[in-house]
Write a protein that binds this ligand. Sequence first.
Ligand code: NAP
Length: 255
Amino acid sequence: MPLLQNHIAVITGAGSGIGRAIAKGYASEGARVVLLDMNEQAAASVAGEIRDAGGKAESFLLDVTKREDCVAIARRVADKIGQVSILVNNAGIARRNGMLGAAEAVINDWEDIIAINLTGVFNVTHAFLEPLRAAKGRIVNIGSIQSFVHLKTPSSPAYTASKHGVLGFTKALAAELGKDGVRVNAIGPGFIETPLNEKVRASNPALAKVFVDHTPLGRAGTAEDIVGPAVFLASDLSAYVSGSIVMVDGGYRTV
Ligand code: NAP
């Protein structure tokens, strides 16, 4: 039997990169997937690809920073589709500016990154909490190698803080919701080639090389590399796993 049969899975930021790959992977394991993205067209197009391949998929516009919209979407999904049992908090942005740039840019980065990468995770989780508790559901949060600090490769304090926050939120929620049978885990991707870093890879190949040189497996990751661990954490294969972060980084964090 497919690993996610009879599950309804919501994935944020599902129109691109890692979210797109997870949505397709979950659908091919039998889940009915609900793709949310602020890029409505991209999410609709991925949902169409999934349906064309015989899967079950719907898509909705959602900006995860808008708390009331998250609540409204959760209601719409409950009414139109059913009880959500899996939530993947994946929507995120990355910028690699340090703290020493022009004040306006530094403040702007902080506000945008924390609003999307951290408060967005809170907003969507809070909105879907009721069905997730009722279903003894599973939450998978997308952290990063920046859920830890590294000297070798640069990241902005805002991005690093947001991904530390995602890991902290994961652990706190696992502790609180365990008694309801809800499991909460994170994935820590390493350097994954997606549209998120397309511009940086093109304009700064030396930076991409620093990441790859520091990765024991000697290559950048692909969005598909995240799918197996994401299926594992959403399925009964991980029935006794909660509060963990599974690093999917080619070994980056071990060296
Ligand atoms: P991506 O290809 O840029 O996909 C992210 C998706 O999220 C895009 O469709 C984006 O829409 C959407 N999004 C952005 N802000 C949103 C918002 N406020 N509300 C709803 N959707 C929003 O990026 P990715 O590489 O797949 O990244 C996915 C997650 O993995 C992020 O949390 C990222 O931090 C994390 N991650 C990525 C890497 C990596 O190397 N790629 C490494 C570690 C962690 P737009 O395209 O319209 O912006």
